[in-house]
Design a protein around this ligand. Sequence first.
Ligand code: PLP
Length: 404
Amino acid sequence: MLKINENYLKLPGSYLFSTIAKKVKEFSEMNPDKKIIRLGIGDVTLPLAPAIITALHDAVDEMAKKETFKGYSPDLGYEFLRQTIIEHDYNSRGVTLALDEVFISDGAKSDSGNIQEIFDVNCKIAVCDPVYPVYVDSNVMAGRTGEYLTDAGRWTNVIYMPCKKENNFAPELPEDTPDLIYLCFPNNPTGATITKSELQKWVDYANNAGAVIIYDAAYEAYISEEDVPHTIYECENAKSCAIEIRSFSKNAGFTGTRLGYTVIPKELKVGDVMLNSLWARRHGTKFNGAPYIIQAAGAAVYSEEGKRQTGEQIAYYMNNARVIREGLQSAGFSVSGGVNAPYIWLETPKGMTSWEFFDYLLLNANVVGTPGSGFGPSGEGYFRLTAFGTLENTIEAINRIKQL
Ligand SMILES: *Cc1c(COP(=O)(O)O)cnc(C)c1O
């Protein structure tokens, strides 16, 4: 008899962003004259940089000629891109990697969602709370999370590591030992980072416990402070416990063109099994490579022009982040993030819940943000604004909030 994978039936029904979309739609239908400003978006808005567009056009032209046409790309990705990544993202930070330790993919969402497949269903996962929902939901699909406790907003088999104002939004080493530890720095949604010596503690902990860290560094390009690590492999002995996931989405605007990569060092073993070989095997079976034209465009991100142009885009977003952070601070809000990440995390005023503040802001300032409770139980009482809008809209939104 045909049956559905029952793990999928456990997934929470109403998804955060669809609930937001519904509320915004209702409000705008009832108030057609109001200009709504969306600072909830987790997507870039500036067009691809000229150097990237040129590389894309050139690659398309290659596809049009018999001599330079490309079919399937190599399983792990083109060498030209993996080599460029290793030089610019790793060698420049004192980290050496072999070409076959880098796996090119169609983005960090799929990699962070898929990587759990190579681990046993009984492995215990630990996540920062609030959390990027993909880490938890992909483990729900795999049947690893136990049951959902609706009132508590949590899964019975997941170790939640609260990240709140009291601990500077940095997780503490869990008492209950996990097998897989998801870390994301700079963090979405809180915008928080940890220092290299703090990250070293996690690496030492994982090596001692025989745990694997899945390190999501999608916002690496937004780091502005000195002692914040750009890659987990800056920490000693990280290669024996950490997988790193990166994306071209937030640093170079590839959210619509899709490109990312995952690093699995050969030192990373569970017993005698090299995770690198397992992932290569999995990649070869379930993934047929990122498109050549997109990988060619990805390499252009690392050219002199590409670096300068994408750097200017990041500076634009981070100026928005500054406008939001400073504006809210001057209006008396308690604010964090927005220094090494395009996310500003604020405490809701007057004891409002995250959703109450969402409604209040939509109704009175016509500004849309994201309720913190949607990212996990410790997100209750917090709210996320993003720096991906236009400068004009960002300034207007903050002025409206100041007048509340
Ligand atoms: C946006 C984001 C990603 C990027 O995903 P892509 O699939 O590469 O677009 C990964 N992790 C986090 C935490 C993100 O916010």
